[in-house]
Design a protein around this ligand. Structure first.
Ligand SMILES: [Zn+2]
Ligand SMILES: [Zn+2]
Length: 410
């Protein structure tokens, strides 16, 4: 802390530097709580005139016409605030933050001034510019300043009077049912052209015509005026598996939305025009929910239609299923995914298993198992890579006809 003599002598030196009230006051930002920097600057000039013997009988010095540090930047804040307001006019948001980009020379000169005057508690000019523009914007908007996670961030370039707006994404949680065996969960770009379009994908750039992600995301993009969307699912089902029952939890991320408030009823209606996907339980969530659902470990229940290569007696099927209830499986990475996953053995438990609609060479089997169980492999055995497995236990070949997820226990 400076003593009064030091304040006076530093103020005297600073006043000689031809600074505007803002720039003068900012050098003493730790003095006079609740004052603005220009109030501080004006006050310092008065104190200086009153106390400095050299100033006897001289009028209180005025602010210089041109500030040697900022070039009168603070005269422009009303104008800059007006630009911000115009720029965000069409956007929907509850929280915002104003930032700025200054002429780097101003910031360099400022540091030099601190060194010359040996001042250590000054406020940087950038933070005052941000605050002064922010105050004016705040006064005109029905929105709050948020320093941590604003819905929108406006970066004003004070040199070129240009502006960048960063719009934070919105996140909508929900659960989906997939009623088609022909669509994947997410967009699947052509492996040859990565989405550009080539001969092998008929110029579509995609391996599949559409996906759950697109069926939900496209109408959502319409409703929000966003730039792009990403579906984050709690795991995924195979393309040929239905996702039924209570649906699969997901979070939809919409990037750069113009509108942040969506009429969920309308969204549901738009999505369900495509009869392959249904959505429900929609609500707004924060970004953290994405990691949460991606890392969630939920038991799953499946309904599996199985074909046997020869007749299986009902009594035997019952007995085998009974013996598999609670079984711990050792599953080597299945052959079908071994090209993209490390070869390892996982232990997963079958929590519940029962058969319905069993007629000789086919049965519908209901299984509840731990997150991450390779269910198809448990049925056919994957050439002994999953043990125990239904095929070995029954002593017949088992083929999975259809597999549907009927419940995610989350
Ligand atoms: Zn200035
Ligand atoms: Zn292609």
């Amino acid at each position: 802390m400076m003593n009064p003599e030091q304040v006076l002598s530093k103020a005297q030196e600073a006043i000689k530097k031809d600074l505007c009230d803002h720039c003068l006051g900012r050098l003493f930002a730790q003095l006079g709580h609740g004052l603005t920097n220009d109030e501080r600057g004006k006050t310092l000039r008065i104190i200086h005139a009153m106390l400095d013997p050299e100033m006897k009988r001289k009028p209180v010095p005025k602010e210089p016409d041109d500030c040697s540090l900022c070039g009168n930047l603070f005269e422009e804040v009303d104008l800059l605030a007006g630009y911000v307001l115009k720029e965000v006019e069409e956007l929907e948001f509850d929280t915002f933050l104003v930032g700025s980009r200054l002429d780097p020379e101003i910031e360099e000169n400022e540091e030099q001034l601190w060194a010359e005057l040996d001042i250590v508690h000054s406020e940087p000019i950038k933070s005052e510019v941000n605050r002064e523009i922010g105050k004016r914007v705040d006064a005109k908007l029905d929105a709050e300043v948020d320093l941590e996670k604003p819905d929108i961030k406006c970066i004003v370039d004070t040199r070129f009077h240009s502006m960048d707006i960063e719009i934070s994404p919105i996140f909508i949680y929900g659960r989906y049912r997939k009623l088609s065996r022909e669509i994947p969960q997410t967009r699947w770009y052509c492996r040859y052209c990565q989405g550009v379009g080539c001969d092998s994908c008929d110029g579509k750039g995609k391996m599949y015509e559409t996906s759950v992600e697109e069926i939900i995301g496209e109408p959502l993009l319409e409703l929000t005026g966003g730039a792009d969307f990403t579906l984050h699912g709690m795991g995924r089902e195979d393309i040929d598996a239905l996702m039924l029952g209570n649906g699969r939890p997901f979070v939809m991320e919409v990037k750069e939305p113009v509108k942040r408030r969506v009429d969920f009823e309308q969204l549901i209606e738009e999505v369900e025009k495509d009869q392959r996907v249904e959505i429900f339980d929609l609500k707004y969530v924060s970004r953290e929910k994405v990691e949460k659902i991606k890392n969630a470990k939920a038991d799953k229940s499946y309904k599996i239609e199985v074909l046997f290569n020869e007749t299986v007696e009902g009594v035997k099927l019952k007995k085998v299923l009974k013996s598999l209830e609670g079984a711990e499986l050792s599953q080597k990475t299945p052959q079908r995914v071994s090209h993209r996953r490390a070869d390892l053995v996982r232990k997963r438990r079958i929590k519940d298993i029962r058969a319905k609609e069993h007629i000789g060479e086919s049965a519908t089997i209901y299984i509840k198992c731990e997150a991450g169980t390779y269910v198809k492999e448990f049925i056919h055995g994957d050439e002994g890579r999953t043990l125990p497995n239904l095929s070995d236990e029954l002593g017949v070949k088992c083929e999975v006809q259809n597999l549907d997820v009927i419940e995610i226990h989350y």
